[in-house]
Design a protein around this ligand. Structure first.
Ligand SMILES: NC(=O)c1ccc[n+]([C@@H]2O[C@H](COP(=O)([O-])OP(=O)(O)OC[C@H]3O[C@@H](n4cnc5c(N)ncnc54)[C@H](OP(=O)(O)O)[C@@H]3O)[C@@H](O)[C@H]2O)c1
Length: 305
């Protein structure tokens, strides 16, 4: 990297992993309330595969004239802080950028973000592990907000995909609000799911007070909710119609630095999982996308720029 440009992974004409390009972009200085972060680690999440495939361009969620940035969450160190920001250069931070339609992302050496979107990474949590927290733990926390407090007379929550990133965090965090959690996952995930303090099943019968759909089973997961229960999905662009008196919601994650700080503390203490499958250089991003597309991984590919 020269001092005036940085490398970033983007798609110009999206068409799957091979359409990802590494380009040079000009370094920008942070404005008031912003920080420029030197990114140390950025995970590959399922949404990045959807962006690179062009699926989100085709349904009109992305309309970038030049290129679309890839990557939602990151960890790194503060390179420069704008006016009004109380973070010193060198501070270790993690954070999230939201929204699909943007020309910048976290698959990059540098990122300028609002300081309110980042949180300090506690000592003892390395930046690779920390980078896997923001998108999926915040999504889970915001799913739990949508679930609300468990009613005393109906607190049985089924979490589909409970061995996945979002589902694993929901299975853990929902217990804070009084939910009695059962995780639906593959047979080989039983130990992980039970380790979160949840019950475990590979096949769920209908009748749950609430379902959080981390596996994106959609209609078949909604069918598991009892009449008058609650369903929270993860695909707001394909939100299901309500039926049988069920309250149907779909999460759309948004950055929240203060909330993230607490989630990172709980990760550093080992209370929440941080699962890393492999660490690969940004240049190998296409291989990482191909591996994630095959499914079955139980931790993130993390890119190092
Ligand atoms: N709306 C938002 O703001 C938001 C934010 C974050 C993520 N998301 C979305 O949430 C979804 C989940 O993301 P993630 O990162 O958690 O994905 P992930 O880590 O791949 O987790 C999905 C899990 O579901 C499991 N699964 C799928 N079908 C199943 C079935 N029939 N029975 C049991 N388990 C099943 C998968 O197992 P296998 O690997 O064995 O198939 C995997 O463990 C993605 O679509 C993502 O884009 C949405």
């Amino acid at each position: 990297m020269s001092s005036s440009t940085f490398r970033a992974g983007v798609v110009r004409t999206p068409g799957g992993p091979d359409s990802i390009e590494i380009i040079d972009l000009p370094v920008a200085e942070p404005g008031p309330g912003e920080v420029r972060v030197a990114i140390a680690a950025a995970p590959v999440n399922p949404v990045d595969l959807a962006v690179a495939s062009g699926a989100l361009h085709r349904i009109g969620l992305i309309n970038q004239p030049e290129h679309t940035g890839l990557g939602w969450d990151f960890a790194g160190t503060v390179a420069a802080a704008g006016p009004g920001v109380d973070l010193a250069p060198g501070a270790r931070v993690a954070g999230l950028i939201g929204g699909f339609d943007r020309d910048f992302g976290t698959y990059a050496e540098q990122l300028v973000v609002p300081a309110t979107s980042v949180a300090v990474v506690p000592d003892g949590l390395d930046l690779v592990a920390a980078s896997t927290v923001p998108l999926n733990a915040l999504t889970a926390a915001q799913i739990v907000d949508l679930l609300g407090d468990a009613p005393a007379d109906g607190n049985r929550l089924l979490v589909t995909g409970a061995a996945g990133a979002v589902g694993g965090y929901v299975a853990s965090l929902a217990q804070d609000r009084g939910w009695r959690v059962t995780g639906l996952a593959r047979a080989e995930d039983e130990e992980f799911v039970r380790g979160l303090g949840a019950d475990f099943t590979t096949r769920a019968e209908p009748g749950w007070d609430a379902v959080a759909d981390g596996a994106v089973m959609q209609e078949s997961a909604l069918a598991l909710v009892r009449d008058g229960g609650v369903f929270v999905g993860v695909q707001p662009s394909a939100k299901l119609p309500a039926e049988r008196g069920i309250r149907v919601d779909a999460v759309m994650v948004h950055p929240d630095g203060p909330r993230l700080a607490g989630l990172l503390v709980r990760t550093a203490s080992g209370e929440l999982p941080a699962r890393v499958h492999a660490v690969v250089p940004l240049d190998q991003v296409a291989d990482a996308h191909r591996a994630v597309a095959k499914g079955g991984l139980r931790g993130r590919y993390v890119l190092t720029p």
